[in-house]
Design a protein around this ligand. Structure first.
Ligand code: ZN
Length: 165
């Protein structure tokens, strides 16, 4: 379902992610550590120093989505998630090794696995590079959850080419 509330669009135009980020960064260090721990399964690079930026970015994305600036189709995204989980079981380890446990999206480079309290935590999704083709091994790529989400909504031919390389 796509919301096209104009007041939300207006809000987004005035919205200032820096204000939101500063509000997080002003919280005591112990609070930011807790925020980062909650966020770590979504983004393995989360820590007390970048959590303000990470939360501000995802906040902006949620608003954009609600304002209909990004089309959402919950059924399609649930199906994609299911496919990604299935692909992880089959090809996860191979694909993580292929990208050396780092998000392959141009300009990202987030870590896809971290050691947290002595345990390895993977935080990634498997994207189908060319969405029109079958999810065969050579058409798959491990991305961080954020880039996966963005790429799933994007049909840019140039990005398809970039990811192929
Ligand atoms: Zn990424």
């Amino acid at each position: 379902m796509v919301y096209r509330a104009s007041w939300l669009k207006a809000l987004f135009i005035r919205l200032n992610p820096e204000m939101f980020r500063d509000a997080i960064n002003e919280r005591p260090e112990a609070t930011r550590v807790l925020f980062a721990q909650d966020y770590i399964s979504y983004d393995a690079s989360a820590d007390k120093d970048n959590i303000g930026d990470l939360l501000a970015n995802s906040f902006v994305e949620i608003i954009k989505m609600a304002a209909g600036l990004v089309d959402t189709d919950t059924l399609a995204s649930a199906a994609r998630q299911k496919q990604s989980d299935e692909l992880k079981r089959r090809y996860g380890e191979y694909l993580l090794t292929e990208v050396e446990y780092t998000c392959a999206f141009p300009g990202c480079g987030r870590k896809l696995s971290i050691i947290h309290k002595g345990k390895v935590i993977h935080s990634y999704d498997i994207a189908t590079i060319d969405k029109k083709k079958a999810p065969a091994l050579e058409n798959l790529l491990a991305l961080c959850p954020r880039c996966y989400g963005l790429y799933s909504l994007d049909d840019d031919k140039k990005k398809v080419k970039d990811l192929r390389q």
